[in-house]
Design a protein around this ligand. Structure first.
Ligand code: GLN
Length: 557
């Protein structure tokens, strides 16, 4: 760009929103989301209005139709979006609620463009990746900064530089830099410095190559956040700086730390805030003390608390990242380090419908007796469901604190109906469609649903909490709002039979039509929730049901 043009851009763009773009190199899973969240947090601590966006280059319209075992948790927003799990990181770090539009997938972009093409909005033109797809990406990003009146939008681009799929997204970001000017855009590239040999030398070549790849498509990063096991050495920084053509004070170490909530401080101490503010021409100062006070609670724990999570998607910890974070938030509040053991419920399956066989039952007891609390998270389908029911049974009979979420809530009811009410064939129609005793049924509203994507009962719904209950004691409010993601619900025809035997339903929605909370009053802590409390849990502000579950587990442990 000519000098004059540049000055022109600078003048007219000084008051426009600033963009920080986060790209990733070398490989996936480097924790770009945590770097993005941490940078956003530091800017938020400068009293700026900040938000985050995750751009995902895959063609799914949203994350709802993807397997949690390969892609991680589906994070549900207030407005019912089924989003990438990074949206959860942004919400937890920034303590804000994001709209589903903050997860911009290639599927969404392409379908918008195809719709416009059919409407004739591009009549006479050949519709192409550049400019039509890239224009649509830019339009969506700018729309959000405007609608939400943002000072800064942190945009994380999913995937790894070099992928074919992410090219249109990176091209759109390059164009924004050109159009909005250098003082309104800032590129952060997250890479890796692996250590292979016993000497412990940090290797810089992968970072060098990935910066070259980025440059090849016209993007020169302003700052590198380099993931590594231990802090980057001076020599590594010097080498990367030289080869990537980035000043040494813009090569930052993003080394392993015990808690993700310490990452803002790790970056802050290396001067990241000053570098970004200077580049973006912003004259503000962060106050990091308040945040660090919260972050410290995750490190200054005394003692551990062992919790079992019994579920179906336990092979990938990211499948239940909000659940584990909600537990960590609660543990930190009570000064405890939470150790989660992920237990595959299929291991406790058996052929009998009602109770585990003797061998399985002792296997289950041996395993579960090591924990102070048992949590059963959400899930779908019949595989592993009997193992979950057995775990619910174990917690109930042995007075172990229990929290069941969504599928866990539903199967706790199946267990109670079978083993306390004597309704031996009780089941969920999700597991056994023709069961004689459907205590959990497909919601009537779902009967006409044909499409799988975005059609569950999703997002925020009001819940009435019954007085004189444990639920009321937990929430201290008659009305709460929680996020949902389900197709099945409690069959009210069994309500009386179940309540007569001592399990109480103490939360409901849609004017009493839907049951949302269960509790067993004469148990140390046995609570089930149809909603996903975990999505609202924040560091320093744990979700109340999780907090009470952890408190009860501490008392038990
Ligand atoms: N499979 C159950 C349902 O659809 C539970 C869903 C969940 O746990 N998120 O109702």
């Amino acid at each position: 760009m000519k000098d004059l043009d540049y000055i022109f851009y600078k003048v007219i763009m000084t008051n426009s929103p600033k963009f920080i773009f986060i790209t990733g190199g070398v490989m996936s899973g480097l924790g770009k989301g945590i770097v993005a969240s941490s940078i956003a947090k530091l800017l938020q601590l400068c009293q700026l209005k900040v938000s985050c966006i995750k751009m995902d280059p895959y063609l799914n319209y949203d994350a709802g139709t993807m397997n949690p075992l390969t892609h991680g948790e589906v994070f549900v927003t207030d407005d019912g979006g089924e989003c990438d799990m990074d949206i959860g990181n942004y919400e937890r770090f920034l303590d804000i609620s994001l709209k589903s539009t903050h997860n911009l997938t290639a599927g969404r972009i392409f379908s918008n463009v195809m719709r416009l093409e059919r409407e004739g909005k591009y009549l006479g033109q050949c519709v192409q990746i550049i400019p039509h797809i890239t224009d649509e990406i830019k339009k969506q990003l700018r729309k959000i900064t405007k609608e939400e009146n943002l000072d800064v939008l942190v945009v994380e681009c999913g995937g790894t530089v070099g992928d074919i799929e992410s090219l249109p997204f990176l091209e759109a970001l390059r164009q924004i830099e050109l159009e909005d000017g250098y003082s309104n855009t800032f590129f952060v590239h997250v890479t890796l410095a692996p250590v292979l040999d016993a000497v412990g030398e940090q290797k810089t070549k992968p970072t060098q190559h990935s910066v070259q790849e980025l440059r090849r498509i016209g993007i020169q990063p302003d700052l590198l956040a380099v993931r590594c096991k231990t802090p980057l050495t001076r020599e590594t920084i010097r080498k990367i700086s030289l080869f990537a053509s980035i000043p040494t004070d813009c090569v930052m170490s993003s080394h392993d730390v015990p808690s993700i909530y310490s990452v803002p401080d790790v970056l802050y101490k290396q001067g990241i805030t000053d570098v970004i503010l200077k580049n973006l021409n912003l004259k503000v100062n962060p106050n990091i003390l308040k945040w660090n006070k919260i972050a410290k609670t995750f490190q200054e724990t005394n003692g551990i608390l062992k919790i079992a999570i019994v579920g179906k998607y336990v092979d990938l910890k990211d499948s239940y990242v909000s659940v584990s974070q909600a537990l960590l938030h609660s543990g930190a509040k009570f000064g405890k380090e939470i150790i989660i053991d992920w237990i595959d419920s299929e291991k406790f399956e058996n052929s009998s419908k009602n109770i585990a066989s003797a061998a399985e039952s002792s296997n289950l007891s041996n395993k579960l007796s090591q924990f102070a609390g048992i949590l059963v998270p959400g899930g779908f389908g019949s595989r592993g469901s009997q193992g979950i029911i057995n775990a619910c049974n174990y917690a109930r009979v042995n007075n172990v604190p229990f929290l069941g979420i969504c599928f866990g809530f539903q199967l706790a009811i199946v267990e109670f109906a079978r083993n306390v009410c004597g309704i031996y064939s009780a089941n969920s129609t999700e597991i056994e469609p023709n069961t004689d005793n459907p205590v959990i049924i497909y919601m009537p509203e779902q009967k006409h649903v044909k499409d799988m994507g975005g059609t569950m009962r999703l997002g925020l719904h009001n819940i009435d909490v019954k007085g004189n209950s444990i639920a009321m004691d937990i929430y201290r409010k008659k009305l709460i709002q929680k996020r949902h993601r389900h197709r099945y619900e409690v069959n009210q025809a069994y309500r009386r039979a179940i309540e007569e035997k001592g399990l109480k339903f103490t939360g409901s929605s849609d004017g009493g039509k839907r049951i949302e909370i269960l509790e067993i009053p004469d148990h140390p802590f046995y609570i089930g929730i149809q909603y996903h409390g975990e999505f609202h849990s924040r560091p320093g502000l744990p979700e109340p049901a999780f907090e009470r579950f952890v408190k009860a587990s501490i008392q038990n442990g």
